[in-house]
Design a protein around this ligand. Structure first.
Ligand code: SF4
Length: 80
């Protein structure tokens, strides 16, 4: 594991909104009014990496990813 800060990013175009991510990592992701995931914490602290990796791994659409915090990608890169 690295000490490089990371961000959790949602690809809105890929997300199907079935909520497995916020069901398994509610401290990091919550649903908005439409049930779409909203990333709550940016960047992810090292203490939250396990939860973040779990959220990424459960997403059947591969809509979540972890990127370096230095990335210019918006946490909700394809949102609205
Ligand atoms: S698990 Fe993946 S597809 Fe489902 S709401 Fe979360 S990001 Fe979207």
């Amino acid at each position: 594991m690295t000490d490089v800060p990371v961000r959790l990013v949602v690809d809105r175009a890929a997300c199907a909104g079935h909520g497995m991510c916020y069901g398994i990592a509610p401290s990091l992701v919550e649903p908005d009014e439409q049930g779409d995931p909203v990333v709550l914490i940016d960047p992810i602290s090292p203490a939250q990496w396990d939860d973040a990796h779990t959220a990424v791994s459960v997403c059947p659409e591969r809509a979540l990813s972890l990127v370096p915090a230095s990335s210019s990608i918006d946490p909700e890169e394809s949102s609205r």
